[in-house]
Design a binder for this molecule. Structure first.
Ligand SMILES: Nc1ncnc2c1ncn2[C@@H]1O[C@H](COP(=O)(O)OP(=O)(O)O)[C@@H](O)[C@H]1O
Ligand SMILES: [Mg+2]
Length: 228
């Protein structure tokens, strides 16, 4: 038994062209905010995708929200991704033909719980207001700034009330001010909603907002120590 939200033990990943992860151990507690840094090509996205049940490891143990991923079939993995995990990427990936509000509702449409489905519009409006977008709900992505789109993507990731948010370079396409605002928003999720967060980033300013910073190097995770 463990209270960890995420637990990885001895996770390896080898692609035909490259061995990427050589034995990654990681524990993330509920509500904990962790940043992962590391050189380009070191396997950060691969690691995040393994935690998010998008990529299977070559070996090792992966547990998310109390479930051992290797024991789940494709349907159960899809359910876990939809209900327990929210994803945020470098690009917002909003659907251009939908309004901000409609984009936020997309993940709720396939939720198994009809109560969560029917209360989603109410939650979406409250969340959009919380991130300062109450006046933007009916706009489409082309009419919004990059920072606004990325805040909508975060709200979309939250709509099914996940226990874990996985963010891959979430501020990588934003200017400094919008990046700061998004960093504050992500960090506040762990403080006010007890959502666990694992974010891959190149931004020192985002990393330093998290509870701890880990570095992926030579296929393993270690505590990051800033160069002197
Ligand atoms: N699906 C894949 N097939 C083959 N090689 C891959 C695949 N995904 C990633 N890689 C390789 O794994 C390495 C790590 O990639 P990635 O996880 O994207 O690193 P990072 O996010 O740290 O830049 C790279 O060499 C990349 O080319
Ligand atoms: Mg990457």
């Amino acid at each position: 038994m463990t209270a960890s939200l995420v637990r990885l033990e001895g996770v390896t990943k080898r692609f035909t062209s490259a061995d990427v992860l050589f034995g990654v151990d990681l524990e993330v507690a509920a509500g904990e905010a962790t940043a992962i840094v590391g050189p380009s090509g070191s396997g950060k996205s691969t690691l995040l995708n393994i935690i998010g049940a998008l990529v299977a490891p070559s070996s090792g143990h992966v547990e998310v929200a109390g479930k051992t991923l290797a024991s789940l079939d494709a349907n159960a993995l899809a359910k876990l991704r939809n209900e327990s995990i929210g994803f945020v990427f470098q690009s917002h990936h909003l659907l251009p033909q939908l309004t901000a509000l409609e984009n936020v509702l997309v993940p709720s449409l396939v939720h198994d719980d009809s109560t969560l489905r029917s209360t989603a519009p109410e939650r979406a409006c409250a969340l959009l207001a919380e991130v300062g977008l109450e006046d933007r709900m009916q706009q489409r992505p082309a009419e919004l700034s990059g920072g606004e789109c990325q805040r909508i993507a975060v709200v979309r990731a939250l709509i099914n009330e996940p226990s874990l948010i996985l963010a891959d370079e979430p501020t990588g396409s934003l200017d400094r001010a919008a990046g700061e605002q998004l960093g504050d928003l992500l960090r506040s999720l762990s403080d006010t909603r007890s959502v666990g967060l694992v974010t891959v980033t190149h931004s020192d300013r985002l990393a330093e907002r998290m509870h701890r910073v880990l570095e992926l190097r030579d296929g393993r995770l270690a505590t990051f120590t800033a160069p002197a």
